[in-house]
Design a protein around this ligand. Structure first.
Ligand SMILES: Cc1cc2nc3c(=O)[nH]c(=O)nc-3n(C[C@H](O)[C@H](O)[C@H](O)COP(=O)(O)OP(=O)(O)OC[C@H]3O[C@@H](n4cnc5c(N)ncnc54)[C@H](O)[C@@H]3O)c2cc1C
Length: 288
């Protein structure tokens, strides 16, 4: 931390944006601090704490969707979703297994989405749920960014100096929809050897649409559209989902690390995809 020369805590969003615009590449927004305190580029000398920027909120739309302020902690969001439409979804699965309860009190939803690591839960989940991301800066117009764009490259590579993620919107699950997030690790809270998030919609007892994202097998998550397309138009069944799992194992890019070989991870992906599709189907009111 020796290069940090100033810690600034503005009491409004406008104040935070003005400070980030003033200091440009020398400044970084500080959210939960759980990764920023360990690693930041050497040129970063100013931390702009977002704690007073009014971004800690969860607002439920009447339709069941949810607007999540980027400074909302993972534990706050999990509590706010209880008994709501997104309860028992990929989002609540991901929040429940995201490291430990103590860390979940600190890790923010925005920080987890922006600082993507191989083990990060919310990028995988938010991408599968087709979330939207509001990005604002001091002078430019706010940008409403879709999940495909947000996670196409690491967000820190395309977010401009002075740009802030202020809100994540997860839309209401449509009639007949279900989603699930599954992670396989050495224990419940440990870094995933592989993880999978799925969302799908059933119509006339067939899968009408599906989104499938694999995480943990390399630094960035991977959205597997061709694999998701394999289940669309079909009646949910163990065989269809097992076939999709095998296809995902072939399609996914995986690397060796201390948790397992690339082949082992692909093998785990096949099982997770099969099981996540079955869980999402069950939540959508169908049977596999
Ligand atoms: C021991 C340990 C284990 C962990 N295990 C897991 C795990 O299994 N799964 C998991 O998902 N996570 C896990 N995490 C959390 C994860 O690795 C990151 O530390 C966390 O997601 C960062 O969130 P934060 O709110 O603390 O962000 P910070 O550390 O404050 O910021 C991270 C980066 O994002 C930028 N940033 C933050 N908020 C914004 C914003 N609103 N707009 C623009 N830029 C922003 C910051 O400038 C910084 O560059 C773990 C963390 C620790 C310490």
């Amino acid at each position: 931390m020796s290069n940090i020369q100033a810690y600034l805590r503005p009491d409004s969003l406008e104040g935070a944006l003005a400070l980030l615009a003033e200091h440009q590449e020398r400044a970084r927004p500080l959210a939960g601090g759980t990764s920023l305190i360990f690693s930041h580029p050497p040129r970063v000398e100013v931390l702009v704490d977002l704690a007073g920027a009014g971004l800690d909120h969860v607002e439920h739309a009447e339709t069941g969707g949810v607007d999540i302020g980027s400074m909302t902690s993972c534990s706050h969001l999990a509590t706010a979703l209880r008994g709501r439409q997104l309860d028992k979804s990929a989002l609540t699965d991901a929040l429940a297994t995201l490291y430990t309860p103590v860390l979940r009190n600190h890790i923010t939803v925005g920080g987890n989405c922006v600082m993507v690591y191989g083990w990060s839960h919310l990028p995988v989940t938010m991408w599968a749920l087709d979330a939207r991301f509001m990005v604002v800066s001091h002078k430019a117009k706010p940008r409403d960014v879709d999940a495909d764009t947000f996670f196409e490259r690491h967000p820190l590579r395309w977010l401009g100096a002075g740009e802030l993620l202020t809100q994540i919107t997860v839309k209401s699950p449509a009639e007949g929809s279900g989603s699930a997030f599954l992670k396989f690790g050495r224990d419940k809270s440990d870094e995933g050897i592989a993880s999978v998030a799925v969302s799908l919609r059933l119509q006339d007892e067939k899968v009408a649409s599906a989104r499938l994202v694999v995480g943990s097998t390399r630094p960035m998550p991977q959205k597997l559209d061709d694999v998701a397309a394999l289940v669309v138009g079909k009646r949910p069944s163990k065989e269809v989902f097992a076939e999709a799992g095998e296809a995902a194992a072939k399609a996914v890019v995986a690397s060796d690390n201390y948790l397992g070989s690339a082949d082992y991870r692909r093998h785990i992906v096949a099982s997770l995809v099969r099981d996540a599709l079955a869980k999402a189907t069950q939540r959508a009111g169908g049977a596999a």
